[in-house]
Design a protein around this ligand. Sequence first.
Ligand SMILES: O=C1O[C@H](CS(=O)(=O)O)[C@@H](O)[C@H](O)[C@H]1O
Length: 303
Amino acid sequence: MTVLDPAGITALPVPPALLGESPLWHPDEQVLYWVDIPGRVLHRFDPARGEHRAWPQPSDPACCVPLLGGGLLLAMRDGLWRFDPQRGERHLVAKPPYDPDRQRFNDGKADALGRFWIGTLDDAREPNAALYCHTPGRGLKRVAEGITVSNGLAFGVDGRTLLWADTKAHAITAFDVDASDGSLSRRRTWRQFAARDAAQPLTAYGGRPDGAAMDSEGGYWVAMFEGQRLLRLDAEGRTLAELPLPVRCPTMPCFGGADLRTLYITTAREKRPADELAAQPLAGCVLQIRVAVPGLPANLARL
Ligand SMILES: O=C1O[C@H](CS(=O)(=O)O)[C@@H](O)[C@H](O)[C@H]1O
């Protein structure tokens, strides 16, 4: 396993989030979007202009993907919304398929056919969450269940494998994806990480799998929440490389920049101990570092 040099890591010049999540490099706008879930804000940073914009939201935003024809598909605790950043307006696409007093949407990605795959998170951390797929013209359908904190969604380079993490279970699951109808089969545990031993100091804990992004060589980059690192895994789930980070809780990486070789990483500061926050002033910031292998571009969702 290679340990990558973190010396080039810097933070975007933007105030830290409570729980930064779901960075998206918009392929048409060439800007970075991300959300602060409990802070209820959608953020955008344009690195070419050094411009930051923020849109306060009326409910917990979870993630967004670009929409064919412009705008964003924004998943929030109170449903799926079409969001127009120019006007700051949202229009309902689908009601939440769960009780929003107990669950919310979490990590989501679009596939090459414009379907939107989105998982949920159970507030009480019980295994009542699920994976849903929004198919153009056909709405939202539950496609897998038995999970607690849905995360880590990413498609393999050929689009035939879907990876899906359950953060609480420390596990990443793989599915085969049918190329024509998007049905899932052959559900299997792809990588199991060790849970934290009660006696183990946090500094010895490797973390649990949170958000992820796929690079163009099939490397799966996963944020290890509380593990203070990203891992790059191969097609069999074996660790190829580790990138140590200056913050304890990374939440999700994403590839951006014109060449898709800037790795952006959202992070969290919510509920972290005061001594950790004092030692890690970048907690909650969006980190960035240049990497060797470009990422895959984000797909556009269709309604
Ligand atoms: O709310 C969230 O929390 C989890 C981390 S954990 O469940 O508390 O371990 C994080 O992974 C998730 O992405 C985030 O939205």
